[in-house]
Design a protein around this ligand. Structure first.
Ligand code: BES
Ligand code: ZN
Length: 620
């Protein structure tokens, strides 16, 4: 019996060295934050010194994290979030302590790490290692890189994966500065969301500084055979040697974007803005890691047509990184504002027509999502209720595109000048702070509507934020450019040859609109005719390819089969994978083909993508 309970304790509290039972175990889950065990009102991390060794042979990071803290007069513990970490030793102000406890494992949240401190404590140091369960990390073998010769590592911390590689107060509400010393194989370069080296150092040791306080979800590291190319005075690109030139060409307008952004919402707060182009398994289009956006190589279209993504991640330097959503329930304050700002940057650099095409395509995505979420209308509110859920499950186009439409509706109602003045004040008043939806709405009422309830109510703001669906006062966005696309399509559908479609001035976005508008019962010979005329099956443009593949699969146009499989095996961007696999499953509910491809492709995907796809393909 005694042994049994001992074993139970070990199972519950992990195989750590901690032998003392936690005194306040019954008070667990007392954190005031959602998605975090931390209680920053008692002890809050203000600075992190991270000393790490990246061990490719064993696919782990061995590190010491040293935290400076601010401690309340009645503080007894520093509480951190950890998940699948192997904690080895802990010191408080330099002296080793055994007074620390690891709480029970909670799905997707991981575990609480509580360390006994006193109100006088200043610093806590943790020796630990990552494990195979570090979902933020993706370790790539050489075959999975562009160069095929050297391994690669990258992290993805948003939303709550930072805790899988660094013990963290892993809530957007806690900000800290950091410095790091990272040792890596001597022929590789390490970069972080911080000041970065511009070339490989043969010692294999790199140091980093992030002097502006950031939340943990913006912690980022990548290690690989990387080179740097300058684009403008404050902008540049990191990529593997074989794609560096292509990347530098694609992002040529980055400096212009940065200057356009500053002209709209004020000084860029992070000194440099660089982009890192990752291998194709990166699960997102982009991630706004401060000073160094992480990006998918699928935006290297060769014609700069997919660089709105760079404008988007750059815009996060204000909305998100400077003024941060206080919990993931307020995610729209990050993403909705960022989509709005992204389109303002695109308008400024490429004109109104271009920005409006993006807005219309975004609205089409939103309409899709609204249909998809018909049974879960609560997830179509801007203010989310993700407590007790994996935040990743609730983050959708709603925050992005409904958020965008609310801001654009406000802009058109009060006029751009007033709206910009309001947003400028919003960014400067809240710089390096977090904000929740309620505070934002109060500020909005006071600063944009002169505290007038009538003006505020007339815009139906509360309905936008707290009710499902799209309110009736939503602006409608139209584009004469897309009207021309629709005309050309009608002529073609009525029998005029594909070669006569007047597409001489069409961009990627015209084509996306064209493909999305094609009737879903289109005949095989029409598909073939289009393919012959425009070569969609073998296009190098990932957005067009993904759209074409989904259509082809659903109408049974089999000429795409090989390319679909090759695409799914090489690309790990979830936004493309989900609709393509979904089309495969709809076309063949037994999933024989989908599962066969997935089996080959899965080793190339990051956990963010496999978590979604395992469910879809019923691998759980
Ligand atoms: N911050 C997001 C990515 C993200 C969101 C990661 C939620 C984890 C959880 C990033 O800024 C983003 O929105 N990326 C988009 C691109 C964009 C152009 C809409 C993407 O990856 O598709
Ligand atoms: Zn974003």
């Amino acid at each position: 019996m005694r042994y049994l309970s001992l074993i139970l304790l070990i199972v519950l509290f992990g195989c750590s060295e901690s032998k003392v039972e936690r005194p306040d175990a019954e008070q667990e889950a007392s954190s005031p934050l959602i998605h975090s065990f931390a209680d920053p009102s008692k002890a809050v991390v203000t600075h992190l010194n991270w000393n790490a060794h990246v061990d490719f042979d064993n696919q782990k990071i061995v590190a010491t994290a040293t935290y400076d803290m601010l401690v309340a007069a009645d503080a007894e513990r520093l509480k951190l979030d950890i998940r699948n970490l192997n904690i080895k030793a802990i010191r408080v102000d330099g002296a080793e302590t055994k007074e620390w406890w690891i709480g029970p494992e909670k799905p997707f949240l991981g575990q609480e790490l509580a360390i006994a401190i006193t109100p006088e404590s200043k610093q806590v140091s943790i020796d630990y290692e990552t494990t195979e369960g570090a979902e933020a990390l993706q370790w790539l073998n050489p075959q999975q890189t562009a160069g095929k010769e050297k391994p690669f590592l990258f992290t993805q911390s948003q939303a709550i994966l930072a805790r899988t590689w660094i013990p963290s107060q892993d809530s957007p509400g806690v900000r800290y500065t950091y410095e790091a010393t990272v040792s890596v194989p001597k022929d590789l370069l390490a970069v972080m969301s911080a000041s970065n080296p511009v070339q490989i150092d043969t010692t294999g040791v790199y140091t980093f500084q992030m002097n502006q306080p950031i939340p943990s979800y913006l912690m980022a590291l990548s290690v690989g055979d990387l080179r740097f190319a300058e684009i403008g005075e404050r902008t540049g690109v990191y990529a593997e040697p074989s794609i560096l030139d292509a990347a530098a060409y694609e992002f040529e307008d980055m400096q212009k974007m940065l200057e356009a952004a500053e002209a709209i919402y004020g000084r860029y707060a992070w000194d440099r803005y660089d982009v890192l182009v990752l291998p194709p398994s990166f699960p997102f289009g982009g991630m706004e890691n401060p000073r160094l956006t992480f990006a998918t190589p699928t935006i290297l279209a060769g014609d700069k047509s997919l660089t709105a993504l760079v404008a988007h991640e750059l815009a996060h330097s204000w909305s998100g990184n400077l003024v941060t959503n206080s919990t993931w329930n307020d995610f729209w304050l990050n993403e909705g504002f960022t989509v709005y700002f992204e389109r303002r940057i695109m308008e400024s650099v490429y004109g109104k027509d271009y920005a409006n095409m993006l807005a219309i395509l975004g609205k089409q995505d939103l309409d899709h999502t609204l249909v998809e979420f018909a049974d879960t209308p609560d997830d179509t509110k801007l203010k989310l209720a993700l407590d007790g859920r994996n935040p990743d499950d609730g983050m959708s186009d709603i925050a992005y595109e409904k958020g965008y439409l609310l801001l654009r509706t406000m802009e058109e109602s009060v006029g751009r000048e007033e709206f910009d003045a309001f947003l400028n004040k919003h960014f400067s008043d809240n710089a390096f702070k977090t904000i929740d939806t309620e505070t934002f709405l109060e500020n909005l009422k006071a600063d944009l509507f002169g505290s007038s309830d009538e003006a505020y109510d007339a815009l139906m703001v509360d309905q936008w934020v707290y009710e499902p669906g799209i309110p009736s006062n939503c602006v409608s966005v139209e584009s004469p450019l897309f009207a021309q696309v629709e005309n050309e399509m009608t002529k073609w559908l009525e029998g005029s040859p594909a070669m006569e479609i007047d597409s001489s001035n069409w961009t990627t976005h015209h084509w996306l609109h064209f493909l999305r508008r094609l009737p879903r019962d289109i005949q095989q010979d029409k598909m073939m005719e289009l393919d012959r005329a425009f070569g969609f099956t073998s296009t190098g443009n990932s957005e067009i390819a993904a759209e074409w593949f989904v259509l082809s699969i659903s109408v049974g146009y089999e000429a795409v089969n090989e390319e679909v499989e090759a695409f799914l095996i090489s690309v790990g961007r979830r936004k493309f994978l989900v609709p393509i696999y979904r089309a495969l499953i709809e076309a063949e509910p037994e999933m024989v083909r989908a599962k066969a491809i997935y089996q080959k492709a899965r080793p190339n995907y990051h956990s963010v993508s496999t978590n979604t796809l395992d469910d879809m393909l019923q691998l759980n």
